[in-house]
Ligand binder design. Sequence first.
Ligand code: NAG
Ligand code: NAG
Ligand code: NAG
Ligand code: NAG
Ligand code: NAG
Ligand code: NAG
Ligand code: NAG
Ligand code: NAG
Length: 470
Amino acid sequence: MAVPATVWALLLLAAFSCCHVVANGRSAAHGVGVNYGRVADDIPPPRRSVELLRAVGAGSVKIYDGNSSVLRALAGTGMRVSIMVPNEIIPGLAASAAAADRWVAENLVPYYPETRVKYLLVGNELLSDYSIANSTWPRIVPAMENLHASLRRRRISSVKISTTLAMDALSSGSFPRPPSAAGVAGAVVRPLLRFLNGTNSYYFVDAYPYFVWAGNNETVPLEYALFQGGGRYVDPGTGLTYTNMLDEMLDAVVVAMAKLGYGGVKLGIAETGWPNGGDYEQIGGNVHNAAIYNRNLAARMAKNPGTPARPGAKMPVFVFSLYNEDLKPGPGTERHWGLYYANGTAVYPIDLTGARPLWSYPPLPPPENDTPYKGPVWCVLADRGGKLNLTAVGDALAYACGQGNGTCATIQPGRECFQPNTTAAHASYAFNSYWQQLRKNGATCYFNNLAEETTKDPSHGSCKFHSSLD
Ligand SMILES: *[C@@H]1O[C@H](CO)[C@@H](O)[C@H](O)[C@H]1NC(C)=O
Ligand SMILES: *[C@@H]1O[C@H](CO)[C@@H](O)[C@H](O)[C@H]1NC(C)=O
Ligand SMILES: *[C@@H]1O[C@H](CO)[C@@H](O)[C@H](O)[C@H]1NC(C)=O
Ligand SMILES: *[C@@H]1O[C@H](CO)[C@@H](O)[C@H](O)[C@H]1NC(C)=O
Ligand SMILES: *[C@@H]1O[C@H](CO)[C@@H](O)[C@H](O)[C@H]1NC(C)=O
Ligand SMILES: *[C@@H]1O[C@H](CO)[C@@H](O)[C@H](O)[C@H]1NC(C)=O
Ligand SMILES: *[C@@H]1O[C@H](CO)[C@@H](O)[C@H](O)[C@H]1NC(C)=O
Ligand SMILES: *[C@@H]1O[C@H](CO)[C@@H](O)[C@H](O)[C@H]1NC(C)=O
């Protein structure tokens, strides 16, 4: 009797879900890593988070500070761990060898080697923050050197020191094309590359094909950004042929490094991924695309493909992110990068070891926002199932009314939107009024997570809420 395809799929599902959750010991899966960001309310505690990391086959994890409960929860798991050294403390670590040694004593030594720390990443996207150009950029390498000296003194040789680069720090090349045109500020990056080359470390980049596609959707096919085809691109400078956006971005960094004389420094990917949701006016952030991107990434990286400029190069890779993080400000996509919702439910099934065949996953919901939403949108007080902090809402209301022109005129006594006379109703009006006026200047419908977009007209009686189309 022939076994129906669905039964095969179930058998495979069972087979591929068996192998990651190893009770104890150092038999961690070897899948790509995950960024364990924690800018969220009510996410599962560290121990449960480690189980969730293992359930998707993560081979490594990157954390944004040296939190002790997190580092302890990772002990004995065999998972490789990257710890970020926060931007603010870099000048201090650069100025004092003792301060750097103290950081190592407090954030690494108590947990190592039971927690298998692999990288200390000194600073997060520092070169994208011009406000710290004078205070911090020249201190990056001295801070790295002080940390390195501390590790050496303590005979810790398996921990490498690096930092992360966001693609917007490249002068050109990540997009618009070609990668061979890319460059990066030499004064800061040359000494950094000298350090990385001299210590045989990696340069870590944050590379998001999502943003390139979202900003250039007329020239970059979605499929090309998702590793699903979408044609080829030949770099006229090098003759190299590209089949996906991520490779172009990585090779742009390779080129920029080579122009500074360090074409041999190894690359890692500190962050990449695809949002599973976003605001109505954003495109392409949905569960379908996020699952496709991350599954294809895992399957691809399992084969160590390298890039066209560096075929076969091994790269540590970290997907962003473990959870949808509801306290991240900015547009809606910022709060939707998770493999899991904040309640610990998987957003979609994924095997980060890349071993599970793509066809064996259950069907995904169709993508609904790959092209722009054309209807009206409003911004209102979010419905949190009755859980309202009226103090916080009142503060946000006062803030909104203080921005723009006449933002809250119609909720004054006697005006058309005064009734109902409640903080909640007034907040909805004010959030919308603020957002419709100021969104052209980059304002978002967020208000510390108190606001949400809606496509249902909140106008009532003679009280009219302006929409995004007015
Ligand atoms: C570390 O994380 C735990 C769990 O999220 C939290 O309770 C604790 O306050 C954090 N510690 C520090 C020093 O931030
Ligand atoms: C950095 O220093 C330069 C030269 O002194 C100055 O022009 C610039 O405003 C400073 N930038 C910041 C962000 O402080
Ligand atoms: C980079 O490191 C390698 C290996 O130590 C060395 O041979 C090479 O000269 C270094 N490159 C530069 C530009 O210093
Ligand atoms: C977890 O949260 C998601 C998103 O809010 C929701 O769809 C799902 O039903 C929740 N799961 C559980 C078990 O509560
Ligand atoms: C690309 O995005 C812009 C702005 O969101 C939109 O106007 C345009 O229709 C989009 N093009 C495609 C092919 O989706
Ligand atoms: C309510 O919001 C205020 C102002 O943001 C904050 O200080 C307070 O801790 C919040 N209360 C609760 C119970 O979350
Ligand atoms: C408010 O009015 C002032 C003066 O007319 C104008 O310069 C400013 O751009 C207006 N602000 C907004 C958000 O429309
Ligand atoms: C509106 O509500 C506020 C707060 O509850 C109250 O102090 C005020 O008297 C009300 N105004 C009118 C005209 O009902």
